[in-house]
Design a protein around this ligand. Sequence first.
Ligand code: FAD
Length: 440
Amino acid sequence: MPTDISWPPSLWARVSPPGPVLASLEGEQASDVVIVGAGFTGLSAAIHLREMGAAATVVEAAEPGWGASGRNNGQVIPTLAGHDPSDMVARHGAAGERFNALLRDSAADLFDLVRRYGIAAEAEQTGWVQPVHSPGRFRLAEKRVREWSALGAPVELLDRAAVGKMLGSEAWFGGFWNRTGGHVNPLALARGLAGVALQRGAVVYARSPALAIASSRGGWTVRSANGSVTARALVLATNAYTDAFASGLAARIAREVIPVASWQMATEPIGDDIARTIIPGRQAMSDTHRDLHFARWATGGRLVSGGAAVRPGRDAANLRRLVSARLQRLWPQIGDVAFEFVWSGFIGMTPDSLLRPEVPGFPRIHRLGPNAFAWVGCNGRAVALSVSLGRELARASQGVALETLGLPLSEPRPQPLRGVVRRLAPLALPLFRRLDAQEI
Ligand SMILES: Cc1cc2nc3c(=O)[nH]c(=O)nc-3n(C[C@H](O)[C@H](O)[C@H](O)COP(=O)(O)OP(=O)(O)OC[C@H]3O[C@@H](n4cnc5c(N)ncnc54)[C@H](O)[C@@H]3O)c2cc1C
C-alpha cells in the first residue's frame, strides 16, 4: 500500500476548501481519548467526545480525509453492502438489532450533523437508489424494502417504470429507494469535520504516523516518530489503511481486511440539456451488479462514476474505456464520455467466506482491551456508517454501557493467506462479470 501522502488527483482535491493547518505530533502529550486516524470515523469520534465534554486527540499519518474518506464516491447510503437487517440479527442478536437502528438512521444523522455545524460539503439529501440489474434481483429489492420498512425506514419499492423515470435509463428492472440517503463531496466533509473538531477543542495532529500502540495500567500510549499521546481510552480508526504506515501497528486488525483498489472517475462537465435527462433528481445510485455500477452528480455538471479493474494500466487507462462504454450503455444520450479526474482508494473488504468473495462480509467492530475500541471492514459502503460508528466508539470509550450501543462486537479474525488473497482479488472480477451477465 502507498505511503506517499500527497493528495490523489481527485475532483474532490481540486474543488474542496483547504483543510485546517495542523501541527505534527511532538513531545509527550496527554488526553482523555487518543484516536488514531482522521477519516470520518476518527473525526466523528473526536466531535462526539467533545460534545460529551471529554478531551480528544487525533493522530493522523497524512492529513484529514487522506484515506478512504476523502477519495470515495460520496454516496451516503444507510445499508450494508452485502447484508440485510435479518442477516445482522442472525449473526449478532440484540446487538445486531441495535446496529440496524444505527444504520437506519446513519444517513439522516450525517446530513443533520452537516446542517448542525454548517459544513460546506456540497451535501444533497436527494435519496439513495439501488436499481436491480436483472428481473430476478427484484426479489432482493422486495426483501430489502420489507425488512427496512418493518424497522421504520422511509424506503420504497420502485417498479421498472419508476426506476426508469428516476434514473433516465431503461437499463434496470426496478429498485430499492431510501429517501434519507444522498451524496456529499467527501473530502470537503472530512476537512469540515476536522474544522469542527478543532473548533470544539479537540487536538488533531497531521503527518504523524502512529508507529506503535502500547497499553499500560493507566491507559494507552500511541507513539509516532517524534512524540506520543497517552490517554485513558483509545479509538483505532484506521480501517483499510491500518497497516499502510506501520505494519505492526495492530496486525490482527489490519489482517482482517483485504484492501481492494476502487477507482473513481469524474467526467468533464456535461451540458445542461443532456444532464437534465440523467438522474434528473440527482439521487445517489449504486446498483446490484457484483461489478458495481454507480454514479452521482457533483457540482460543476460532472458525473462521478468508476469501477474496479484487473489491470488498470496507467491512470486506469483500461478502466476509462470500460466505464465510458458502460455509461454510454446506461445512458446512450450521454454521447462520448471523457474523464477529467481519475483516482483510486482502498476499500477494506471482509469476505466472510473465501469461497464466496462476491458476498461482502460484516463490518468488524472490536474491543481491544480496557476502554479501547476499533472497527474495520466497510466493504465499500460506510460514508454514513463510519460517522455513526465514530459516535458509538466515542460513547463506548466513555464507559457508556456496551449493551446500549449499536456495536456488535466480535473477536478479530485475521484473514488466512491475506497477502495471497490480496494479490488474487482482482482476478475475481471476470468471474463477477460473468455471474452478473448470466443472471436472469
Ligand atoms: C474509492 C472508494 C469509494 C468509496 N465510495 C463509497 C461511497 O460512495 N459510499 C460509501 O458509503 N462508502 C464508500 N466508500 C467507503 C468509505 O469511503 C469508507 O468506509 C469510509 O471513508 C471509512 O472511513 P474511516 O474513517 O473509517 O477510514 P479512512 O477514511 O480510511 O481513515 C483512516 C485514516 O487512518 C489514517 N492512518 C492509517 N494508518 C495510520 C497510522 N499508522 N497513524 C495515523 N494515522 C493512520 C489514514 O491516513 C486515514 O486518514 C468508498 C471507499 C473508497 C476507497
